[in-house]
Design a protein around this ligand. Structure first.
Ligand code: SAH
Length: 346
């Protein structure tokens, strides 16, 4: 039997106010004790029960047997620049996941995982090589934030769901985690500081749009035609390129937020002048931003284009009616760049 099944109680991190109210009641306490717990865990970010001084001593004694964290920090790698840290966590069932913390002046961005492994199978991504292992619980997603915040000297300003996994194939828990990050009585992070990225699960883009989720949406486009995208992203077979563009367009039309398209630039694959041309055609009428990610090599067949080629591609996009930025992945020396996250279970 796994440790997780042996646990009598669910870890407190990941629970909502109603969950914690019921938990308090199940322990013979008044529901407001649950709200106090919510405040300690998420707003004050205290994980030592003995410090939760407004709870009664008998309740604190009971809480001593209740796990708080669903994750255990195992190791931390720091990039040469000291600007990027990659953290390895162990789940209660022994699986492993990685998260990344990036500093850029006053901006501290963390990159959270939503699954162990991934089922989407993008040909250029290291996480895909693990296959799909499991969906993370809400608590396992939020605990990455809480533990990274504890180790960071500065306040985390931005959260991106761009670590291991496909958030839209773990939709419920990913949204519940974003809701906990955003909750005004808890962590209270502004919705526009939270970005959820998808490889293109079209029905979930539609759901996200219909539910008017306040979080920002990023779509990993990575190609400019059905056939070209299909070569590196097999998900294009199920959710066609044209449906992806259509759903993104509809989202952008219905949402207050600009949509971000990510585009991993791979040498000889999608970095030709006609691709730049096509991007302008495709995205020109969408309220969007295009984020180019020069490919991070993971020891497979794909290569990062030369700096000259990247520059030329950017130049061809100069006349695009939308902003175009380049994201030079941080921490590639510690394999913490986009698409480089991978773990193997102990
Ligand atoms: N599954 C989601 C969330 C992961 S985000 C998604 O695909 O959007 C990870 C981002 O890194 C995606 O935009 C992906 O296209 C990109 N990526 C994957 N492998 C990469 C690599 N080797 N180099 C650079 N970017 C990569």
């Amino acid at each position: 039997m796994s440790d997780v099944l042996k646990l009598k109680y669910k870890p407190l991190i990941g629970q909502t106010i109603p969950d914690l109210e019921s938990f308090a009641e199940s322990q013979g306490e008044k529901p407001f004790r649950g709200r106090q717990l919510f405040d300690w865990i998420y707003r004050q970010q205290v994980d030592d029960v003995s410090a939760m001084t407004d709870l009664s001593k008998p309740f604190r004694e009971k809480l001593a047997n209740v796990p708080i964290h669903p994750l255990k920090m195992i190791t931390e790698d720091v990039s040469v620049s000291k600007q990027t840290q990659k953290i390895l966590f162990e789940l209660l069932d022994g699986n492993l996941l990685e998260s990344v913390l990036m500093k850029e002046g006053n901006r501290i961005t963390i990159c959270l995982s939503t699954q162990v492994g991934c089922a989407v199978d993008c040909d250029f991504c290291a996480t895909a090589k693990m296959g799909f292992i499991k969906n993370l619980t809400t608590g396992e997603i939020v605990d990455q934030f809480l533990q990274l915040q504890k180790m960071s000297e500065q306040k985390i300003t931005n959260v991106v769901f761009m670590g291991m996994g496909e958030p839209f194939l773990n939709y419920k828990n990913s949204i519940a985690a974003a809701d906990l990050l955003h909750h005004s009585k808890g962590i209270n992070m502004a919705a526009w500081r939270i970005t959820i990225s998808t490889a293109g699960v079209v029905p979930k883009i539609r759901q996200f749009s219909e539910e008017q989720q306040p979080y920002k949406l990023a779509v990993s486009l990575n190609g400019t035609t059905q056939n070209q995208r299909l070569k590196t992203m097999p998900i294009t077979e199920t959710h066609s390129f044209s449906n992806l563009i259509k759903a993104s367009k509809d989202y952008a039309y219905n949402s207050r937020n600009r949509i971000t398209f990510e585009y991993v630039l791979m040498d000889g694959i999608n970095d030709q002048p006609k691709d730049a041309e096509q991007l302008i055609q495709l995205l020109g009428s969408i309220e969007c931003k295009l984020n180019m990610i020069p490919y991070n090599e993971i020891g497979d067949v794909y290569r990062r284009p030369s700096d000259e080629k990247i520059e030329a591609f950017m130049k061809s996009l100069k006349r695009a009616p939308f902003p175009v930025t380049v994201r030079w992945s941080k921490g590639t020396d510690i394999d913490a760049g986009c698409g480089q996250l991978v773990t193997s279970s102990t």
